[in-house]
Design a protein around this ligand. Structure first.
Ligand SMILES: *[C@@H]1O[C@H](CO)[C@@H](O)[C@H](O)[C@H]1NC(C)=O
Ligand SMILES: *[C@@H]1O[C@H](CO)[C@@H](O)[C@H](O)[C@H]1NC(C)=O
Ligand SMILES: *[C@@H]1O[C@H](CO)[C@@H](O)[C@H](O)[C@H]1NC(C)=O
Length: 381
């Protein structure tokens, strides 16, 4: 269906071996028989394509979903924002007069993305729990997935609970729950005598509820750039044993993300949970990145053509790749940075309803729907 190259049969024993040795590392030996059985089933179900072993290795599948371009496609139908009860006003671009940004679809160079089928998603993940963990870009993606599924089964009964830090949406007939856990840095902020402290080395607060999910999608970056005690949400950073006022933000991000990686390696059971990292979502405040020096995302009506962003890659994205590659847990990187950099036209700009120009978040419907299509594609690999 997706045009992936089949894995040559002679590689299968190697795949099975890889799966089993990973499982052996992760589990006590009394559990191995069960896991072995499970993996054989998974392999058989996937026609031997080894979906368990290959998650997180996008190159091996024969198609890089994230390498491609945007094409104008007037036949593409998204959901209608007025029919989706889960969209925050900050992402609702209903008042935006130009609608063309809704008519672009992402086309990978060497395969096509499967059509998103919300009903099939609910059937496949019946009784399961999906959680997005991170900042408002997680909120953006969570609401998008909620709308995409809801539009497939508009009459299905739902329970929607919006709270801080944990929100949830349950599709009751299917027992599928989409959770959102808001924690902009992933690592802890604790209240201490000196004030609020961003602890680069600890993840405790809330992390227990991240356990026992079937799908986890993490994200963090934007808040690491926030400066000033008001907008950054902390007064001091704890770096190892020292308490400091500030430090290089990329270094801080690297340390925080490394702490997260250790948490995942120690706490996630890979025979139950598939782990994704949402990738770095870019902003479009600086038109010089795409050769329009005085512009922002405001008034942009078209994506950039081609498959590279003139402004280049983001240092934070290299940190993400490096940290993920050092992990024992296979974490699938939804590598959405470049494809999102090309979408200078897809932000709420002045239509998001908070009075300013928002070139950080994304309209719904819109770009995060593509992120979810890619998540869906990755889950069906
Ligand atoms: C964009 O797609 C919608 C359907 O989603 C369609 O009604 C509309 O005509 C398309 N716009 C353009 C400019 O083709
Ligand atoms: C943070 O701690 C590391 C040692 O763990 C040290 O090498 C580094 O210089 C510290 N950074 C700052 C800004 O204090
Ligand atoms: C991991 O998950 C599997 C499948 O749900 C379960 O059987 C096993 O006991 C879990 N292992 C640990 C160490 O919790």
């Amino acid at each position: 269906m997706m045009g992936f190259k089949p894995i040559p049969l002679f590689l299968l024993p190697l795949l099975i071996f890889t799966i089993l040795s990973r499982a052996d590392q992760a589990l006590g030996s009394d559990q191995n028989r069960h896991v072995r059985h499970r993996n054989r089933e998974a392999l058989a179900a996937a026609g031997g394509v080894g979906k368990v072993a290959l998650k997180g290795r996008k190159q091996t599948s024969g198609c890089n979903l994230f390498q491609g371009r945007w094409i104008f496609d007037a036949s593409y139908h998204s959901y209608d924002s007025s029919m989706c009860p889960f969209i925050d006003s900050e992402f609702n671009c209903f008042g935006r007069p130009d609608k063309q940004f809704l008519n672009y679809s992402w086309q990978p160079d060497s395969c096509s993305i499967p059509r998103f089928d919300g009903q099939a998603f609910l059937n496949k993940w019946r009784g399961k729990r999906v959680m997005f963990v991170g900042d408002s870009l997680s909120l953006n993606m969570w609401e998008s997935l909620a709308c995409m599924i809801h539009s497939s089964v508009p009459d299905s009964k739902t329970t929607f609970i919006k709270r801080t830090p944990l929100s949830s949406l349950t599709f009751q007939e299917y027992g599928v729950t989409l959770y959102l856990y808001r924690t902009p840095y992933l690592v802890d902020i604790s209240k201490e005598d000196v004030g609020r402290v961003l602890n680069l080395g600890t993840i405790e607060g809330g992390a227990d509820v991240w356990k026992d999910m079937d799908i986890l999608v993490f994200n963090s970056w934007h808040w690491w750039l926030h400066k000033g005690v008001q907008s950054q949400g902390w007064d001091f950073i704890r770096n190892g044993s020292s308490l400091i006022r500030d430090m290089d933000r990329l270094d801080a991000f690297n340390k925080g993300l490394t702490t997260w990686a250790q948490w995942v390696d120690q706490n996630v059971n890979i025979s139950q949970t598939r782990v994704f990292f949402q990738g770095i979502s870019p902003t479009h405040y600086m038109g010089r990145e795409w050769n329009e020096p005085r512009k922002t995302c405001n008034g942009q009506m078209q994506p950039l053509t081609g498959s590279t962003y003139p402004g280049g890659s983001l240092p934070a994205a290299s940190i993400v790749s490096r940290v993920l590659s050092s992990m024992k847990t296979p974490v699938y990187l939804l590598d959405i940075t470049t494809l999102s950099q090309l979408r200078k036209d897809a932000h709420p700009s002045t239509y998001g309803g908070d009075g300013g120009t928002d070139c950080s978040h994304w309209c719904l419907p819109g770009l995060p729907d593509t992120w979810n299509q890619l998540l869906y594609a990755a889950l069906s690999m």
